[in-house]
Ligand binder design. Structure first.
Ligand code: ADP
Ligand code: MG
Ligand code: ZN
Length: 474
């Protein structure tokens, strides 16, 4: 039997506010443990929270960018559960009146356009971080993260495959980065998601029983977790067993999910309106102001790159997925780089080097890329040499021509010098010469290759090719 996979995502993103959601402690990542804390975010008795207006603004911004309705009247609620990383014994979240609701986002997966519905986007506070020390046999808690503002984006069960889930997550990341709502640093836990998944026989109307896989923090882990859980559920159902409603923890190293607890339901949390905070009232003027402050979003930019710069769709999608790459690309084009050449470098060598070195930002200014491509254009260096220059630019900004000189990468374009070299190659390879005369293009490539080898890669291949033809009277 064929099964259909049904997926709904819950995505948490830490907001880019400077201070926490209910106090003025810093949200900066990586500080010494428990230094960004105060009586409010450590849940001391007698303190009162004050809502950070910027957190609401960011939630509205995310909602507008994801085609949501924005509520005019929202409220915050207590979600009660007991865990040592939650100092108050409850989390302040939103239950029935979230900031945003009823949106959607367009994705492209497996060559198809598709809309994924967004049920809601609400604001809430993050919990602290537990550090389990096996050696001492204790668990320690760091409250620096407690009270960092989050938005939670909840989707309709519209996602049908790992590919669609990945495309959606990438789109969310890209939009949150463009709008500056979150830095989305997945390795720092700024963006993480829960995957709700069920399967049903093809053609069945009712949804099957779902499981929820918690705290996935990379796109590739999401793909692996979905594949795992999909086969596990199909295995159970095919064997005549039932899928149990449960919460799973994903162990990415071993590629398995295991049951953490049976799934809690809303009434387990005993939600009630937060009595220490006033309702959130949002007027049209505020929404309008935020709407006008939205930057050009990735889809619009992509269209513009295709129509104005003549980039292929693929290139435009690749580059605009990251605001940083897109800004870099535009600067390079502004400085005179031909768009397709700039996009080739960014999608190729530069992206690979960023990945190899674990970097988010290209460590040299666009001017240096443009200077490098100019050197190729003028025949001063070969494309192969330019790859070395770009790699060296990753170690620090330095004039590309200077790098080329120091590394002996300047192409020899002096014809009299190259003519001697070509003559030598012709004399030493009578068989290939005969083949070239007989019209075999492959042998021509061999002769040029030999000349390049003798010159240790420094000869200008275009001139070599011309000289070989000339000397053989072709
Ligand atoms: P909870 O808050 O308990 O996690 P929700 O009803 O808010 O539950 O649903 C959370 C997520 O689960 C949503 O993204 C929703 O689309 C998804 N979901 C709900 N039912 C199913 C199902 N049967 N199969 C797959 N996903 C589902
Ligand atoms: Mg959930
Ligand atoms: Zn605090």
């Amino acid at each position: 039997m064929d099964y259909e996979t049904i997926i709904g995502l819950e995505i948490h993103a830490e907001l880019s506010t400077e201070s926490k959601i209910f106090c003025s402690c810093s949200t900066e990542f990586g500080a010494d443990v428990n230094t960004h804390t105060c009586p409010v975010c450590t849940g001391m008795p007698g303190v009162l929270p004050v809502l950070n207006k910027k957190a609401v603004e960011y939630a509205i911004m995310a909602g507008l960018a994801m085609n949501c309705n924005i509520t005019r009247y929202g409220k915050q609620d207590r979600k009660n559960y007991f865990y040592p990383d939650l100092p108050k014994g409850y989390q302040i979240s939103q239950y029935d009146l979230p900031i945003c609701y009823g949106g959607y986002m367009e994705i492209e997966a497996d060559g198809q356009q598709k809309k994924i519905g967004i049920t809601r986007i609400h604001i809430e506070e993050d919990a602290g971080k537990l550090i389990h020390d096996d050696f001492l046999g204790v668990s320690l808690v760091d409250y620096n993260r407690a009270g960092v503002p989050l938005i939670e984006i909840v989707t309709e069960p519209d996602v049908r495959s790992a590919g669609e889930a990945k495309a959606f997550l990438e789109k969310v990341k890209s939009i949150l980065e463009y709008t500056g709502v979150s830095d989305c640093k997945m390795q720092e836990g700024s963006l993480r998601c829960d995957i709700n998944l069920s399967v049903r026989p093809m053609g069945q109307k009712e949804l099957g029983t779902r499981t929820e896989i918690k705290n996935i923090n990379s796109f590739s882990a999401a793909v692996r977790a979905i594949e795992f859980e999909r086969s596990r559920q199909i295995g159970l159902i095919s064997a005549g067993k039932e899928v149990a409603l449960a919460t799973l923890r994903w162990d990415d190293e071993n590629g398995i999910g295991y049951e953490m607890r049976s799934k809690e339901e809303a009434h387990d949390y005993r939600y009630f309106p937060e009595p220490d905070l006033a309702p959130v009232v949002i007027d049209d003027g505020w929404i309008e102001k935020i709407k006008n402050s939205l930057p050009e979003l990735p889809d619009a930019r992509k269209e513009r790159y295709v129509s104005d710069f003549g980039l292929p769709e693929y290139d435009a999608a690749f580059i605009t997925a990251s605001r940083k790459l897109a800004d870099y690309f535009e600067k390079a084009v502004e400085l005179g780089a031909p768009p397709k050449i700039a996009s080739n470098w960014i999608m190729g060598d530069i992206s690979r080097l960023l990945k190899d070195r674990g970097l988010e930002d290209i460590p040299f200014a666009p001017e240096y890329l443009v200077k490098t491509t100019d050197l190729i254009e003028k025949g001063v260096v070969s494309t192969t040499a330019a790859k070395r220059i770009v790699a060296e630019l990753f170690d620090g900004e330095k004039d590309p021509e200077q790098i080329a000189k120091e590394a002996g990468l300047i192409q020899v374009s002096d014809e009299s010098e190259l003519a001697l070299l070509v003559k030598q190659v012709i004399d030493e390879n009578p068989k290939a010469v005969a083949e070239v005369r007989a019209g075999k293009e492959k042998a021509m490539g061999f002769l040029i290759g030999q000349a390049m080898r003798v010159s240790k890669g420094s000869a200008n291949p275009r001139i070599i090719s011309r000289l070989v033809r000339k000397m053989l009277g072709l």
